[in-house]
Design a binder for this molecule. Structure first.
Ligand code: LER
Ligand code: MN
Length: 274
């Protein structure tokens, strides 16, 4: 019912961030496959970081799926966001995300909008910023349909955005869109900061939940913090979630050990649950 994935970052500016494998995509694919992951989730600097042919060949050689592609490099490298006060930067942000939809689409991987949502400040009201975000999601959600994939939108904790911090506000946003092709990403680390009850929030997210960042309360791999995973898994089962549990966690204590810990926890939870 669930599938396992592990993150790989090729973005040097994101060093120290919550990604399990770093820099070397072939080595990451080798280890992910060896440990029994179903897929990788790729955080790349842009659509040309890896050629379509090389990516397809790597995935095939290791029998891995591509779970999703992140778009946050548009922010960390180019300072673009869908809610920038400058119209030209908002337009560039959309084009960057569109190029990442085209990057992941042929491999069946949806694009994730996390830090590219930006935040409101300096003379821009929350209402204005949410309207720009809605316009971006409507446009890009409709665009993603050409690959028969959703666009994934991620609420973030209050230290990373002041737009949407909870699943409930995310659901409100989803309901206000013209497109029905956007789904929410429930990142358990952000949720642990913002939600009063993780399992209840997931149930409230219901059909809108399209991807999970599988990580513990302290952003270490699952099982190294204090999230109650059996309750989380029961909630996901209750909403018939059938997507990835994708390890977006710190490479703690190191990449290999983080990946091993994640797959061990995943297998334990999925086995207990089935
Ligand atoms: C950022 O904190 C995060 O969780 C990423 O998935 C968003 O780009
Ligand atoms: Mn995340």
């Amino acid at each position: 019912m669930f599938r396992s994935a592990v993150t790989v970052s090729l973005v040097s500016e994101a060093k120290g961030g919550p990604f399990v494998f770093w820099d070397d995509l072939p080595a990451a694919c080798h280890q992910a496959a060896e440990l029994g992951f179903d897929a990788i989730e790729l955080f790349a600097p842009g659509p040309n970081a890896v050629s379509q042919g090389d990516l397809a060949a790597l995935l095939k050689a290791h029998q891995l799926q591509l779970a999703a592609v992140g778009t946050g490099a548009g922010w960390v490298k180019h300072k673009l966001s869908l809610t920038s006060p400058e119209a030209s930067l908002r337009a560039e942000a959309r084009e960057f995300i569109r190029s990442m939809i085209d990057f992941g689409g042929p491999h069946g991987a949806p694009a994730i909008i996390g830090s590219m949502q930006g935040r409101w400040s300096d003379g821009v009201t929350r209402e204005q910023a949410i309207n720009w975000l809605r316009e971006g999601l409507n446009d890009l959600g409709a665009y993603a349909q050409r690959y028969q994939l959703p666009l994934i939108y991620e609420p973030l904790n209050r230290y990373e955005t002041n737009l949407v911090n909870t699943v409930a506000v995310g659901v409100e946003l989803m309901n206000s869109l013209q497109t029905e092709n956007v789904r929410l990403l429930a990142d358990l680390f952000h949720m642990n900061i913002e939600e009063s009850d993780l399992a209840a929030a997931l149930v409230q997210g219901g059909k809108w939940i399209g991807h999970i960042h599988f990580v513990d309360s302290n952003r270490r791999p699952a099982g190294f913090g204090h999230i109650d995973y059996p309750r989380v898994v029961a909630a996901l089962k209750a909403i018939d979630y059938a997507g990835y549990l994708s390890a977006e966690a710190l490479a703690w204590p190191d990449s290999r050990a983080a990946a091993e810990q994640t797959i061990k926890q995943y297998q334990k939870l999925v086995q207990v649950d089935n």
